[in-house]
Design a protein around this ligand. Structure first.
Ligand code: SAH
Length: 216
């Protein structure tokens, strides 16, 4: 096994399993996806560290545990369709592609969308569709989705995302609570009812666009 593959196995064992996430499908996805191919070339030696890393354009790839936690909270079934807002490096989308039937991921920065699409294609992830657009309004052409993951911090849960969540669906989203304090929140839709569950404080880059921070 090469050094990076060994580091990846250790990352799963220490940072993910070691913190109590045990779903075998989740662990398998993290063992498979080469995270070092989703960070800038000069950062590969840090790809399996327990922290976020810069990916250019003022954006970051999240800490591995946070990617795992959001994925676990979404309770993804392999027949389901997933919408991700904030493609960034494409790493979270690659993980989702191992666990769900079809992924739509939306990125507002054209260069990042292009780079992520090329990486995912090279890895043969044919069930991921990258769209360059303002994802704060969701991606209506493929709605509804059983799962929506938002990987940037929103001022509040965007209405269009709620509308695009299927009955029985789960949305995992960091919501701003003032002073840079964000709460990772699970939103569930059952019938006409919507429930919100606060999970843990987190630090994400801001969601831009129509239902995000327009100036950010
Ligand atoms: N999930 C990513 C990390 C996301 S960082 C990964 O696995 O690497 C947050 C990303 O959200 C950034 O790339 C940022 O450009 C993007 N973003 C911010 N506002 C957005 C919006 N309104 N629509 C789509 N993407 C947005």
């Amino acid at each position: 096994m090469d050094r990076l593959a060994a580091e990846r196995q250790r990352m799963v064992q220490v940072q993910i399993e070691g913190r109590g996430l045990s779903d075998p499908r989740l662990l398998d996805a993290f063992r498979q996806v080469p995270r070092h191919l989703f960070v800038p070339r000069g950062s590969r030696d840090w790809a399996y560290d327990d922290r976020p890393l810069p990916i250019g354009f003022g954006q970051t790839i999240s800490q591995p545990y946070i990617v795992a936690l959001m994925t676990a909270l979404a309770e993804i079934q392999d027949t389901e369709r997933v919408l991700e807002i904030g493609t960034g490096s494409g790493y979270q989308a690659a993980i989702l592609a191992c666990m769900a039937a079809e992924i739509h991921t939306v990125e507002i920065i054209p260069e990042l969308a292009g780079l992520a699409a090329r990486r995912l294609a090279r890895l043969g992830r044919a069930n991921v569709h990258v769209h360059q657009s303002d994802g704060s309004v969701g991606w209506s052409p493929a709605a509804p989705y059983e799962v929506i993951l938002v990987t940037a911090a929103a001022p509040s849960v965007p209405g269009p995302l709620l509308e695009q969540l299927a009955d029985g669906g789960r949305m995992v989203i960091p919501v701003e609570h003032g002073d840079g304090y964000q709460m990772l929140t699970v939103v569930r839709r059952r019938g006409g009812k919507v429930s919100e569950n606060a999970i843990a404080p987190v630090a994400f880059v801001p969601l831009r666009g129509r239902y995000g921070w327009q100036q950010a």
